[in-house]
Design a protein around this ligand. Structure first.
Ligand code: 1QQ
Length: 405
């Protein structure tokens, strides 16, 4: 990274001067843990470790967009008390090892102050412990499985857990069709988030007095769901609930409909992207998905975020972009709080990472998700949740997430 090299060069020259001149009044040359930013206005490095390739990129791409909007937006507003931020992107790709490699690169090579990532809970359980051991704060932008903040002191999330988000979709389905009795549940058994989310869905179904007629398992890599779909349809459910990711989830919806299923379908958070629409096309119509973000949220920062996003992308901002934006925002505001106490330019990188983590947990943030804060463990405290229903245009190539009242 240029600024660090510049710093090292400055430190080296200073060192020579110190030896030559016999003076020793600078902290830079004498410490091994040099300050992060000693050159006045060198940008502060923040890491984004999400999936930019693989099937998980259907979700991760939306995060990259949200993070980039935040970088530009907050730098235009003066960054961290006059010092800009700079995002460093490392692609986690689609597996645990990819996430581990991305986190290691962000921590050791890019020397970031904190990380927004990874995309999946499945990857967080492997990669977050690396950040925890290195004492690098992580803000999980989309890790909704049970147990994420409990990975460690440095792990917090801006993505509300399945336990609070998912039940809203079941309640919305019952409002649309109060006659629902029989419910079938599908989940991807090789994905930590899907296992966690289906647990919540199954509890909700039972708590609502509904009849859970079957629990079907699949893999996120599956493309053929004929057997599970046929077995399910034979049980005549009025509601099907799917916890998986976008490609598998989209194919499952498509095959259920092609085989004649007519009832309501709830998709979990892994189906919460318009990248699902090219998979199930017209047959995506009517899928209900609970949301931790609404483009209609009326606060100023959301209005600005929504305006920039829609200008660039010609559609409404999705939840994953809003959450990634929020992750960067929390870092920026917590960095400002740290800087307000002790100039960041005088702190060593380890000290800054530790102070930053404390500041994150202590703060309150007005974000596109609404007002949020954190429990001491790093769990998000968020107030508003929503449910959207996919509405496909006739012909089935274009569709929208319509928010239910
Ligand atoms: C998780 C999730 C993902 C499906 C979001 C991209 O919620 O892995 O926890």
């Amino acid at each position: 990274m240029k600024s660090i090299f510049k710093h090292l060069l400055t430190a080296f020259i200073t060192c020579i001067l110190v030896v030559a001149c016999g003076q020793s009044n600078t902290p830079i040359a004498t410490t091994t843990t040099a300050p992060v930013n000693t050159t006045g206005n060198a940008p502060i490095p923040i890491g984004i470790g999400v999936a930019q390739t693989s099937n998980v990129a259907l979700l991760g791409q939306e995060q990259v967009i949200g993070a980039k909007i935040a970088e530009q937006f907050f730098n235009q507003k003066g960054g961290v008390n006059g010092t800009p931020i700079k995002l460093f992107f490392q692609d986690t790709s689609g597996d645990e090892q990819g996430a581990i490699n991305a986190f290691n690169a962000l921590i050791n090579q890019d020397k970031v102050v904190g990380i927004v990532g990874p995309t999946l809970s499945q990857h967080a359980f492997s990669a977050d412990p690396i950040a925890e051991r290195a004492k690098v704060p992580v803000l999980a932008p989309s890790n909704t499985a049970k147990g994420i903040p409990q990975i460690g002191e440095y792990i917090s999330r801006v993505s509300a857990p399945v336990a609070v988000v998912a039940p809203n979709a079941v309640k919305a389905a019952l409002k649309i069709n109060p006659n629902i009795k029989k419910v079938a549940v599908f989940y991807a058994q090789n994905d930590a988030f899907s296992k966690s989310e289906t647990g919540t869905f199954q509890e909700t179904v039972k708590a609502q007095g509904l009849d859970l007629v079957t629990v079907q398992k699949f893999q996120t890599t599956d493309t053929d769901f004929q057997t599970q779909a046929t077995n399910t349809i034979n049980l005549k459910p009025e509601l099907v609930i799917i916890s998986g990711l976008a490609a598998d989830g989209g194919n499952l919806v498509k095959q259920l409909r092609e085989l004649g299923y007519k009832g309501l379908i709830i998709g979990g958070n892994g189906l919460n992207t318009s990248n699902l629409l090219p998979v199930c096309k017209a047959l995506c119509d009517g899928i209900l998905i609970a949301q931790a973000y609404s483009p209609e949220h009326p606060n100023e920062i959301n209005k600005e975020f929504r305006r920039i996003y829609t200008e660039q992308n010609k559609k409404e901002p999705p939840q994953f972009s809003a959450q990634a934006f929020t992750g960067v925002q929390v870092f920026v505001e917590a960095l400002k709080a740290v800087d307000g106490k002790t100039k960041i330019s005088t702190l060593s990188l380890p000290q800054l990472r530790t102070d930053l983590n404390k500041a994150i947990l202590a703060g309150k943030y007005d974000t596109p998700l609404g007002e949020i804060s954190f429990t001491p463990e790093g769990e998000i405290i968020q107030k508003e949740f929503y449910v959207a229903q996919i509405s496909m245009e006739p012909g089935g190539s274009n569709g929208k997430f319509k928010f239910l009242k």
